[in-house]
Ligand binder design. Sequence first.
Ligand code: EPZ
Length: 456
Amino acid sequence: MEVRPYNLAMHTDCLVIEGLAGKKSLKGTVQINGAKNAVLKAMAASVLFSDEMVIANAPDTEDVKKLAHLLRLAGAEVAVDAAKKEIRINASTITSTDLDHETTKAMRGSVMLTGPLLARFGKVSFNVPGGCVIGARPIDLYVDAYKKLGAKVSVSGDHYSIDGALSGAEVFFALQTVGGTETMMMAAVLAKGMTVLKNCAMEPEIVSLAEFLVQCGAKISGIGTPTMTIYGGGLLKAGGKKYHTIPDRIEAGSFLLLGALCADDLLIEQCNPLHLESVTSALRNAGVALMIGKDSIHIKGNVKTKWADVSSFSVRTHEYPGFPTDLQPQMVAFLTHTTGEGIMFETIFEGRFKYVQDLVRMGAEITEMNPREVLVRGFGGEAVSGNTAGGQKMLLALGADEPLRAHDIRAGFAIVMAALAAKGTSVIQNAYYIDRGYERLEERLAALGATIRREK
Ligand code: EPZ
């Protein structure tokens, strides 16, 4: 079947943003899409099914397009209907388990496909991206688990080939790896016998996928706890049941922090506030007024909240339900405006502060204590030398001749927040990264009153 080429080249789009000069003037409603970090795993899980698997409420992000491309290249039938937010995958037509090298190198998330492919077809080969801007991101925990499940792993450079019939085993993850937990859970669904996975990650995306697999015949217990037990069996059957992608808690948390920084009245709808308690409780403790509904979070009358009354605080990123590493840059951007000092401690990734240099260039007072810790001195109500702009303490845009960069998806969003809060016009390059995690961001921000446009 002819597979249309997918343009993997890095796009050169940039975003041009007029800052609000410290005013919290954004207003309006934003709807949250299905979670990027749920839909990718559900797409990988389609390989466990004998019949067509349908994913509903799917976001239309770059990574979804890339993974669909990768599955098509392997021979699966994949139909993506962005308008209906639906993806239909029939993996029974897969003929190759040698994953396209270009695509797997361009998207680390593809490594999750290896579990279902190995479990179903007895072999898989792929190239691993050398790591990305936030850290080395090795896959040693996957290799260790595959070996325990009875597979043979051979590596040459960044090329891995793994084969063998999988049989159940006990695996203790040295780190609570999200991808590792999902990949081995999926592999164990088809492995022979019982698999016990220990020190599992418990992210909501994992729980929602596991529950769907159980509805389709998988035998998984301990879902949402550190220990999962899986009894392997035959291929699963969707039988018309659809996987409904859960709301993207990272997108919701990103807009929540952007709202707390730049909005007077922002209603965030179609989200699950229970997945964001680490964020809402921190903001409330600091003095930000939030109304929390069943599937909404409302920042209202925020302009009355003076920065002098929003006290700084420290945050330590932690596996779920702790504060998510994927909201770390956005929280630091928020902390630059609070009153006092706060420390951000990044426990998950070793290289996730590259964006700080851009915030410092804009006038933020952030000191890197070590690769995992930064101290943020907020402008707050106090006079901070060098940042005065008409008496108001704020970030200062660097203008078109000193473009900012989106280092990764989440750092890109943090830079957008800073550019919105700043005085002057900012240009942010690598908007492609932002597109990987946030659909049509400039349209949604413009609808809230931001002056923002995309340029090639
Ligand atoms: C998932 O990545 C998310 N990606 C990441 O979101 C998220 O930051 C991360 O989980 C942590 O929450 C997707 O779900 C597609 P890990 P994953 O395995 O599964 C180390 C975003 O912006 N590790 O939990 O790759 C690893 O280096 C992205 O949406 C090993 O050392 O994360 C990291 O330091 C960014 N060896 C830590 O564990 C391994 O074999 C957590 O990684 C595997 C992981």
